[in-house]
Design a protein around this ligand. Sequence first.
Ligand code: F6R
Length: 608
Amino acid sequence: MCGIVGYVGRRDCTDVLVSALTKLEYRGYDSAGIAVFENGKIAVAKTKGRLSDLTAKMEREGKPKGHAGIGHTRWATHGEPSDVNSHPHSGRRVTIVHNGIIENYKQLKQFLIENERDEFLSDTDTEVVAQLLDFYYDGNPIRCIRKVLHELRGSFALGIVFADRPETVYAVRCESPLIVGQGQGEVFIASDVPAIIKYTKDYYLLEQGEIAVLKNGAVQFCSLHGRMLEKELHTADWDEDSAEKGGYPHYMLKEIHEQPVSVKTTITPRIEDGLPDLSECGITPETLGKFQNIFIVACGTAMHAGMVGKYVIEKLARVSVTVDIASEFRYRDPLLTTNDLVIIISQSGETADSKAVLTLAKKTGAKTLAIVNVKGSSIAREADMVIYTHAGPEIAVASTKAYMVQLSVMYLLAFEMAYAKGRIDRDECRRLTSELVKMPEVIESTINSVVDMCQFVSTKLITADSLLYIGRGLDYALSMEGSLKLKEISYIHSESYAAGELKHGTISLITDGMPVIAVATQNSLLEKTVSNIKEVKARGAMTIVICDEEADIDPEAADYMIRVPKLAELLMPMVATVPMQLLAYYTSVNKGNDVDKPRNLAKSVTVE
Ligand code: F6R
């Protein structure tokens, strides 16, 4: 989704804005632009395309020179990607950049037209906000911003400059994320910390309706009601290197390789005396023991981590777990009570639908637990309890390490819940936990052992138009993620099916040479899965089987076998995930796709 940056300081503002926007590229975008105070006037440069197109345009037409300004990468919502729809947008005296959606922009546009403000150049909702700010501007920026905030409906973060307030940047947030970075005599705004980490690790989190005024290298905050605010300064616990590729050709590959460390950093502080201990997250065995129903709600990959969580929690703790897609759950009037626990899983902590579910769940009195990677994100701040995953910044759009740490948290929760409910005894809980502790090493050796085979098998996939992922039980939950990973970056149509369901319709799709990737790591279901593999093979499918190193699978059933270490059945997802990620990665590379920034996708989905 769109990225916002802003700067006030002594450096060359255009350079800072472009460099900061580069670090937000992972969010996905189709156009870019900046507005900089140049000799007291606002100079704007913007274009459809990548940041390199913007830089080239500025080289041709002149680069704005100054020390204060705002910048933007746009992911089109209202209006096609084009030069004119690119941000910044301006009224007569006001120029803005915007992330999010203004739901009532049509009514506001009508209001402006009726008041003889019909100078619209673009199709965007953002331009309406720029014009509205201009309409109400009486020389007092804060009063004007507050007035407009009361009229806007939707989710948004804005960076604003007023032509008669040179060297000053205003910022405001409502739902969409925005941080304010504080350096030595310089200040920044950004949609996310990676944008500014090169310059400073210190930042403030802007809350709902708060306004920031950046001037003379310092920042002041005021509330929606105009009250001055003191805010807490946060410090990022990672540095620029963590957000760079570190010698890998793509962030995705780097992040796959970071999984062992991410899992270790996530689980180690949550284990005490060999048992899970989530008390630092506000979770005690007493709290976990009392819930009647558990709802796990999330989007995409995070929802798939929840699917694995369902199998593991139900199996061990014998509590009913419902997993749902946030965009569906929020509109289906869910049956929640004060005895229920709603778990929201989100890497970014800013996903609009997941956030809406959290608000809804809180209204019903259900307890809410957020499993979130980005510190201080909206979902993390609003939930009753939060377990941070410590994956570090995930830059590639296709989630890998965030999924892996979400899985590891699912296990910790399941173990603690099962113990709290008396379903497993202390020794069993210790034994399971000790297996989890071994995972970082096991994941590392899995990456090394399967990488060549995945690279090879990917060459067999690149010509496919369509493929299937199949599995049973936990393998089915896993195959959902394998299928999503593959389709989002390789652009090959892919679906995941419960292997036993194929005969009820889908098997008619199998044609000669169609790839079917079978995840077959659950020993108790192995025979049945192998039968399903043979059924598709008999109909011409090219079969690729992901199984453990000891699995006894008829070589006739599998064209290619990718073997991972053998673990307890419940833990197999922690290793079987790796070949699925690498298959997707190498297929995308072999097809020459933009692996880290797949078309049409955004990293953080802050609109519905
Ligand atoms: C796919 C992917 C997405 C996200 C989804 C939710 O690789 O990353 O499916 O999982 O958009 O995002 P978060 O976890 O930030 O709520």
